[in-house]
Design a binder for this molecule. Sequence first.
Ligand code: ADP
Ligand code: MG
Length: 294
Amino acid sequence: ATPIGLLVGTGRGAQLGILIRGPQVLEDTRKLDTIVLDKTGTVTTGVMTHVGTRAVHGVHPDEALALAGAVEHHSEHPIAQAIAAAAAQLGPLAQVSDFDSDPGGGVKGVIDGRTVVVGRYSWLQSQGTELDQAALDMLAEAEQAGATAILVSVDHQFQAVISVADKVKETSTKAISELQQRGLRVVLLTGDNKSVAAKVAAQVGIKPEDVFAGVFPADKVKAISGLQAEGKVVAMVGDGVNDAPALAQADLGIAMGSGTDVAIEAADITLMGNDLHQVAQAIALSEKTLSTIK
Ligand code: ADP
Ligand code: MG
């Protein structure tokens, strides 16, 4: 039988917009010592905007943006939405066939018989695009500016770098310091590049040694199980399709209510306010509930 106090605790959680899958979850919450945060959509708003496009000689940046946006239109990734929205400003998006995507890598599709690939460096490589020094320089420059830089190739020829960026949520810095004050180690885990990750970490008070950047979806799970192998009791907070396996692997999976269905299904707790402060609230609630039961 479930102690009535735990049921009261989950009910109180619901009032706070913290949806707890079952009474057992509150017991698990109290044992946590490490909180791993996904960056995009969790620490940051996840609403990305297009900041610029640079193309190789002979290619018009708007042309590359239009092709990339047409393909990104078929993806629900925040980066994709920013690129598709910017492209839509230029005119109607082209028809795309043979769409395919890798959640932590990028997208591809065929437009007028031309293969358009959009995403990170390793995704373009895996699709057969060779990146020359000029491409790498353009990528490095965009990343050093603190943007998330996305590469575009057409028929396996590198064409452009599109920069997108988002902002730290207003509530994140205070919430992270609350968690740290509770004695929890807060880790930032992201597929995004090191410069962006370091910039966000500095803004919210996460230590440089607690930043794992450039991590592929499959490796997000490994990062969690690695911490567990060290004896840590780990909560993972995320929102994306690519976060779902890590949410399932963690001792406690926490999804943003604004997140994808897959993330919410994999999680034990869903935060309807999309606010990291609710993680601290959930922990406080579990402590309070369990001390009342004893
Ligand atoms: P995060 O961990 O910050 O939420 P993701 O794992 O979702 O990041 O994505 C990691 C990287 O993969 C992105 O920074 C981007 O380079 C690339 N990527 C993923 N999906 C897309 C997409 N639809 N379009 C372009 N790039 C993408
Ligand atoms: Mg995310």
